[in-house]
Structures are given as structure tokens and as C-alpha cells.
Design a protein around this ligand. Structure first.
Ligand code: LLP
Length: 433
């Protein structure tokens, strides 16, 4: 199995986090996002323990809440002693509703509006991750008006190709994010920031990409960032107190994806940091990382009900489900691969080749191509798509006026509760005047 929270019961029903998916579908309806709360917590603990072990007590993983943002997730992050990365006033607002301590929040984005900056300061967001000089100017102005000194990290691009989908690679020199070290712009913005009286330059940030498995990407990024930090210390007398290496560790969507041992990976990054700091005679800064996908992806599963099965002899077969690209956008956007099962017929041989498709009026509305399901697949059967905890609910839309599915949390092997309710027709028209 791609993840050990997926098993099969004797009656041929797929179990997720030990619970019968057919029973959950009956109770909550489909399409349905399931989240395994125990797995989310376990993933958080893997990071917090690895950070403590390898980086020491001051280091902290920051959950990149763009992967899944809802009140319940910030409550879990609060309980698990995680920091968070937020990217909009909406994420800040949601975290606030969960009583999340925003002094532990890092505010990203390449284009924070003046309203965002004001709102984040009103809410006491701990640190801004500034992308460019324009933002530094705007943060300085707002901090000056409030007569405060705002803690800021500068987002830099270390010039590394992380070997992932082009759309989610961000650390290359020509990226829309951050200032490149290679072109000298990183140094320029650093010097500029150091001249601002109401900004406390706490350190530097980089994020090379997402769904990254490639060897030593984070180690190489750390070395480049530390060399830059040493340069800034020597030239400007400013020692970065924090180094944030971003998120990006990959997860298993299909059997051919490798297993990633987070503890071992963090250990390797820590070793590289220790070695580089010793060589450069630098004290080791407080290290942060921002895992999003690897905290929530394998804690998620989507359930759909099959509507029609279309056989086109000599060509292909389509299995249409009651969801779509509106709740499952990553195939349409990235051609992302997933593992699918017929969740109520796990005991039957899966030898019927088909594309699982959505209900939107659009040919590109594919859940997954080239899937094998049992040949008896038909109306009323249940399709499960695995590893959908990250970038699904958070990227879902109402395209074709489809209501967004609910999120049901599973815990302790038998408990379940709705964390986000299903949208209603009234919700769809709520903003229409
Ligand atoms: N930190 C920063 C600054 C980021 O931009 C991101 C993701 C993360 C952390 C978290 O990365 P993760 O650990 O989740 O890989 N929608 C795309 C992914 C976009 C990632 C954007 N940034 C997808 O569905 O694959």
C-alpha cells in the first residue's frame, strides 16, 4: 500500500485509518474528503522530534498552511506545538479563529497588499517573509506609523533546480519569488533592508520547490544560504539569527514514489549546516523548515460515487464520478498521478482499464487516467483516491457551481467528525446580489 493507514477489511471494503470507507460515504455522502487526524499529528511529531534532535530546541517546523487551511487544522497545529506559514489575510483570519498564537506565524507571499500588511500587524503576526524591495518599503512605512520594529526574513533564491514539476519549482534564479543571490539582487535588498529603522532583519528564507525527492537539494540550498549569511556578516556586520529552508519534501502518491525518511533527511541537512558553519566560522542560526504536503497529504483520501461507466470498444473506458477538477484540481493542473481503488470491491481483481473522470463540462476534467478497477464497476460503487490531504480542499473551487465537499476527520480507529461542512446551494448563491 502507498500508505499504512490504508487497509482492506474481510468484506472487501477499503479501510482508511481503520474505518470503513463505505460506511463513512453512506453517513456523510460523496464527494467526501477524509482526513486521518492521527496521521496529521504523527507527521507533525516526526518533524518536531527530528528538529529537536538534529537542530536543537530553538528550531521549529512551520506548517505551510496553504496545503490545507481550515480552523481545525490550526487547532491541531497549536496542540502539536508547530509554527505556521501563512500567505494571505484569509489564512491569518482562519488561524485567528482557531486561537492560534500568531507570534508563531510567518507571513509569506510575493505580493502582500497594504491591507494585508496592516491586518497582519494588527493580528500580531510574528515575522514577515519579504519577497522584494517594494514589500520592504511598505512594511517599513506601516511599522514606522505604528512605531514598532517588525521582524522580517528576506526570501532569496539560491539558484537550485529541485527536479519537480515546473509549476511548483521556485528556487531557480528566474523564479517569480525572492531575490537571486547569483545576480547580486539578494545583497542589494539586504543592504536596503538593513537601512530601514523599523525593520529587524532576523534572517533569510528560501524555498526551492515542492514534491521534492532529489538527493541533497536542501543541503545544497543550506550551503548557499549560509555562504551568503557569512558574506553579509563580514561585509555588513549583521549576523542572521534565523535561516528558513522552506518546505517541499515529497510524499508517495503512487507505488513508484520513494519513501522519504524525514528524520534521516533532516539529520542530513543538519550535518551539512554544522559542517558549513564550522568551515565559515559562523554560529548556527535558528533553523526553520515549512513542510505542508508532507504533514497532510497522506492523511487525506477522497471518496466519490460512480455514476456512469462508458465503454468505447477499441478505444477506452470512462468511469464518471460525482466529483471533478473542482475538488481534485491537481491532475488538470499538473498531470499529477494518484492511486485509485474501488473502495467497496477490494476483493475483486482490478483488471478493467479506464480513465476516472469528473462531472465538469470540460474534457480536461480527469481525476486519473489509466486506472485499473474491477470489471463489475457500476453506478453506486465507491471510488477512493488516495493521498489527497494536501492542495485539494485548499485549491478546490465551485466551477460548474459544484458545492465543495466536507472534510471529515477520523481518529482513534473509530471516531469521526465533520471539521468542514458540505457547501449547500445557499452557500453557492451567498455572495450573489
Ligand atoms: N514554503 C513556501 C514558501 C512555499 O511556497 C511552499 C509551497 C511551502 C513552504 C510548502 O511546500 P510543501 O511542503 O507543501 O511542498 N499547489 C501545488 C503546490 C504548490 C506549492 C507552493 N508552495 C501542488 O498541488 O502540488
Amino acid at each position: 500500500m502507498i500508505c499504512d493507514n490504508i487497509t482492506t477489511a474481510a468484506n472487501g471494503h477499503l479501510l482508511f485509518a481503520g474505518q470503513d470507507t463505505a460506511a463513512l460515504a453512506r453517513e456523510y455522502g460523496t464527494p467526501l474528503y477524509l482526513m486521518d487526524e492521527d496521521r496529521i499529528r504523527r507527521n507533525c511529531r516526526t518533524y518536531t522530534a527530528a528538529f529537536r534532535r538534529h537542530f536543537g530546541d530553538r528550531a521549529r517546523p512551520l506548517y505551510a498552511s496553504k496545503a490545507l487551511s481550515c480552523k481545525r487544522i490550526y487547532e491541531i497545529m497549536r496542540e502539536e506545538d508547530m509554527g505556521v506559514d501563512v500567505v494571505s489575510s484569509g489564512e491569518i483570519y482562519t488561524a485567528l479563529q482557531a486561537d492560534f498564537d500568531l507570534s508563531r506565524a510567518y507571513f509569506h507571499s510575493n505580493n502582500k497588499t497594504d491591507e494585508d500588511i496592516r491586518y497582519a500587524m494588527d493580528c500580531g503576526v510574528g515575522c514577515f517573509v519579504a519577497d522584494n524591495a517594494e514589500e520592504i518599503r511598505a512594511i517599513e512605512d506601516e511599522a514606522a506609523a505604528r512605531n514598532i520594529k517588525q521582524s522580517v526574513l528576506l526570501r532569496l533564491t539560491p539558484g537550485i533546480d529541485p527536479h519537480t514539476y515546473e509549476a511548483i519549482a521556485t528556487g531557480k534564479v528566474d523564479s517569480k519569488f525572492g531575490s537571486a543571490i547569483e545576480t547580486g539582487q539578494a545583497e542589494e535588498i539586504t543592504a536596503f533592508t538593513l537601512r530601514q529603522p523599523h525593520i529587524d532583519l532576523a534572517g533569510f528564507h528560501c524555498h526551492v520547490g515542492s514534491q521534492v525527492f532529489a538527493e541533497d537539494v536542501f543541503e545544497r540550498a543550506a550551503v548557499i544560504m549560509l555562504e551568503f549569511i557569512a558574506h553579509v556578516k563580514a561585509k555588513y556586520g549583521c549576523m542572521a539569527r534565523q535561516l528558513d529552508l522552506g518546505g517541499g519534501y515529497g510524499v508517495r502518491y503512487v507505488e513508484s514514489d520513494p519513501y522519504l525518511d524525514v528524520d534521516a533527511k533532516v539529520g542530513q541537512v543538519a550535518a551539512s549546516i554544522r559542517e558549513t558553519c564550522a568551515r565559515l566560522e559562523l554560529e548556527i542560526p535558528e533553523i526553520h523548515m515549512e513542510p505542508g504536503r508532507s504533514i497532510v497529504a497522506d492523511a487525506g483520501m477522497t471518496l466519490y460515487t460512480v455514476g456512469t461507466v462508458k465503454r468505447i470498444p477499441g478505444y477506452k473506458n470512462y468511469v464518471s464520478v460525482d466529483g471533478s477538477m473542482a475538488d481534485h484540481p491537481r491532475y488538470a493542473l499538473y498531470g499529477a498521478l494518484y492511486t485509485c481503488f474501488l473502495a467497496n470491491k477490494m476483493n475483486e481483481a482490478a483488471d478493467f482499464p479506464c480513465d476516472v473522470v469528473g462531472r465538469c463540462c470540460e474534457s480536461g476534467d480527469i481525476i486519473q487516467r489509466d486506472v485499473s478497477l474491477p470489471a463489475s464497476v457500476g453506478r453506486g460503487d465507491l471510488v477512493a483516491v488516495c493521498t489527497t490531504g494536501a492542495y485539494h480542499y485548499s485549491m478546490a473551487s465551485n466551477y460548474n457551481r459544484l458545492p465543495r465537499p466536507p472534510i471529515v476527520m477520523l481518529r482513534g480507529g473509530s471516531e469521526h467528525y465533520a471539521a468542514v461542512r458540505r457547501e449547500s446551494p445557499e452557500d453557492l448563491c451567498r455572495n450573489d446580489l
